[in-house]
Design a binder for this molecule. Structure first.
Ligand code: KG4
Ligand code: ZN
Length: 478
């Protein structure tokens, strides 16, 4: 009934890492249909894609409906501005989204993004549904996130649900495999059901398991007890519904996340996958063909951040805490080792750096000097990044590619992103980094990679096992 007319708008002022939401309005005759919610969610997701880290706004303190709407988007009150609204003298409540780099906020953003897609399907100019193509459910349980997502045609994300267990592991300072398996077992059914329900909402019809064209599941690498939960559940669904099963390599998923956010990403490319479990440089001559150029010989990059954060008493996960601390520090304050910088290959070694940090702290304490946590964090971060940047540049140049993908949880690190982008730009290589929510573990990337494998006619046998050390190269074909 409103075809062709403007029924609402939303706007924000974006400066550097922060954005301020200025306006959100829906025409009176179009209210109460979730249009305001859709606009707000889409605005936040759009701002995040622009590199914004946090969102603020002011709202009339007596406008309970609006406050509730903003709270549903993850904002919370952080202050008051008395008499802010000059005409009426009303007070304003200042609301803040929290830092998008925090794992909890990142997970919430991904839910918002799926919801915005669903609601805009109904009202927005770009209907994300009805594009056709296979309907694929993705399931991811390789580490400490239980995630499910439904995707249509390998491009349109209909839903993406993530249950993070990070709070349960935080008190142990790292992921406890036994806890991960148990939490996956608890979460897998409601997470998959919610992803299916949201997909139905987006399509405007009920979506049952038998409506799917494929079920894609991470079968490695990862924690074996965690992988088994997702794989066994996917097998059960496949047997019960007759829908074929497709196996996905978790690292391939991380690389596909870049294409999800930036459809122009095409091989030949080189990808650096940096997460809590991986640090790998991969040459991708074409989709589905992978040649690992090098990887870490000991700790993964995220693991190094987590371990150093633990030493500094910053809690788990350590990446976001260290990078925040590093903002106020001098990266040249302490000259930490750049391991393997001149090794002439594409391997990394990070455990020595962690030891160097511990030794530095001990030496300073013994000498009666106070350590400066921001300087330490910035210097540590610089040591990690310098090596990654140097190897990224060499890999892209030697492989002769014009596209580089930075993926995995550590890609959420702004300084790393900027350093890689800057260095590769000087050699004419375009860098694509998925948005924060697609950098960390999620099932949308598994559904995307799964759709590709399904369309190639691949199918996972019902007696396939989880492979904790699954290699990317081993699935390279044809
Ligand atoms: O990809 P991911 O969610 O899970 C794995 O597959 O491991 O990555 C999580 C890792 C953690 O080690 C976390 O500390 C790190 O990514 N991380 C960061 C940042 N945000 C998350 N590391 C450095 N800087 C960050 N801003
Ligand atoms: Zn991962």
């Amino acid at each position: 009934e409103h075809a062709g007319s403007i029924i609402g708008y939303a706007g924000a002022l974006h400066h550097d890492r922060e954005a301020h939401i200025l306006n959100l309005a829906v025409r009176a005759d179009a209210r109460r249909r979730g249009i305001g919610t859709a606009l707000l969610y889409a605005l936040i997701v759009g701002l995040q894609a622009l590199g914004v880290h946090a969102v603020t706004l002011e709202v009339r303190e007596r406008n309970a409906g609006a406050i509730e709407l903003y709270e549903s988007a993850g904002l919370h009150g952080v202050g008051h501005r008395p008499g802010y609204y000059a005409e009426t003298g009303e007070d304003a409540l200042v609301m803040w989204s929290g830092d998008f780099e925090d794992p909890g906020t990142a997970a919430r953003l991904q839910v918002l993004s799926a919801k915005a897609a669903g609601a805009l399907a109904e009202y927005g100019p770009d209907r994300p549904t009805g594009t056709g193509g296979p309907l694929v459910l993705g399931i991811e349980t390789s580490c400490d996130e239980t995630a499910a997502a439904v995707m249509e045609g390998g491009r349109t994300l209909l839903s993406s649900v993530i249950a993070s267990q990070v709070d349960f592991h935080a008190r142990f300072g790292g992921v406890v495999p036994e806890i991960a398996s148990r939490k996956h077992t608890e979460a897998i059914v409601p997470v998959v059901d919610e992803a299916m329900r949201q997909a139905g909402e987006a399509l405007g019809r009920t979506v049952g398991f038998s409506d799917l064209d494929a079920i894609a599941v991470t079968c490695g690498p990862g924690l074996v007890g965690a992988l088994v939960v997702g794989l066994a559940y996917a097998k059960g669904l496949s047997l019960a519904s007759g829908v074929p099963l497709v196996g996905v390599n978790h690292l391939e998923g991380h690389i596909f996340a870049a294409k999800l956010d930036d459809p122009a990403v095409e091989p030949p490319l080189v990808a650096l996958v940096v997460s809590g479990g991986h640090t790998s440089l991969v040459h991708v001559p074409e989709w589905g063909a992978y040649r690992t150029l090098g990887a870490t010989l000991d700790d993964a990059a995220g693991e190094a951040f987590d371990k150093v954060a633990k030493v500094l008493g910053l809690g788990y996960p350590g990446g976001p805490a260290i990078s925040r601390l590093a903002q106020d520090g001098n990266p040249a304050a302490i000259d930490f080792p750049r391991a393997m910088l001149h090794s002439g290959d594409y391997h990394f070694s990070l455990s020595g750096l962690k030891t160097a940090v511990i030794n530095h702290i001990r030496r300073e304490r013994e000498a009666g000097r106070r350590i400066d946590p921001p300087d330490l964090a910035a210097s540590f971060q610089a040591a990690v990044i310098d090596v990654q940047v140097a190897k990224a540049v060499r890999a892209a140049t030697e492989c002769g590619v014009k596209t580089f993908v930075l993926a995995g949880g550590v890609a959420a690190n702004r300084v790393l992103r900027d350093a890689i982008k800057g260095a590769l730009k000087t050699v004419g290589v375009r860098v694509s980094v998925p948005g924060f929510a697609l950098c960390t573990d999620n099932a949308a990337m598994i559904a995307a990679a799964g759709t590709f494998r399904y369309l190639r006619g691949e199918c996972l046998s019902i007696d396939a096992d989880a492979v904790p050390d699954l290699r990317l190269d081993s699935i390279a074909s044809p």
